[in-house]
Design a protein. Structure first.
Length: 164
């Protein structure tokens, strides 16, 4: 048996005001997108904003459903919308933020496992890391270089054992 340790580096900013202007703009878009969330059950409004390599910006928000598995997270809504509109343009950056009707969200909000797996496939497809900007409605901000960094043991296509 071998013990293997995995770790990753990320940047921490005290607030969004410390971010480079391009990242701050994307995060502002994600924060604004929280207002379009359909979150009657959790009352937790998540917004995401995507910047494609061609410069186009797209937003998404969580869309809950009474049958919980039928809903979609903000990250997937934003990424799927962007890549459906421009299927040949890589995703360059993704910003995620949240607010709650019940409490202040002051910690960075990471994507769930399904979103990590969904977004990492676009890194694989285009062979580029996606810059991930994580924030709450206020407080510190994390910036991670690549969704695959947040999902080190990614389920890969070769695991499907495709037949020819």
């Amino acid at each position: 048996m071998r013990k293997i340790t995995s770790s990753f580096d990320y940047q921490e900013f005290a607030s969004s005001m410390e971010l480079p202007p391009e990242d701050r703009l994307l995060l502002d878009q994600a924060r604004a997108a929280t207002s379009t969330a359909h979150a009657p059950y959790s009352r937790y409004h998540v917004g995401a904003a995507v910047k494609l390599a061609n410069g186009k910006l797209f937003t998404g928000s969580n869309q809950e459903n009474m049958s919980f598995p039928a809903g979609l997270c903000a990250e997937r809504v934003a990424v799927y919308t962007a890549t459906a509109a421009f299927p040949d343009s890589p995703v360059a950056s993704l910003a995620i933020s949240a607010r709650s009707d019940a409490f202040p969200v002051t910690e960075p909000v990471p994507p769930c496992g399904m979103c990590r797996q969904s977004v990492v496939e676009y890194e694989i497809k285009f062979g580029n890391k996606i810059r991930i900007i994580l924030a709450g409605e206020s407080g510190k901000v994390f910036v991670v270089n690549g969704m695959s960094t947040l999902l080190p043991l990614t389920f890969l296509e070769k695991g499907l054992q495709k037949s020819k």
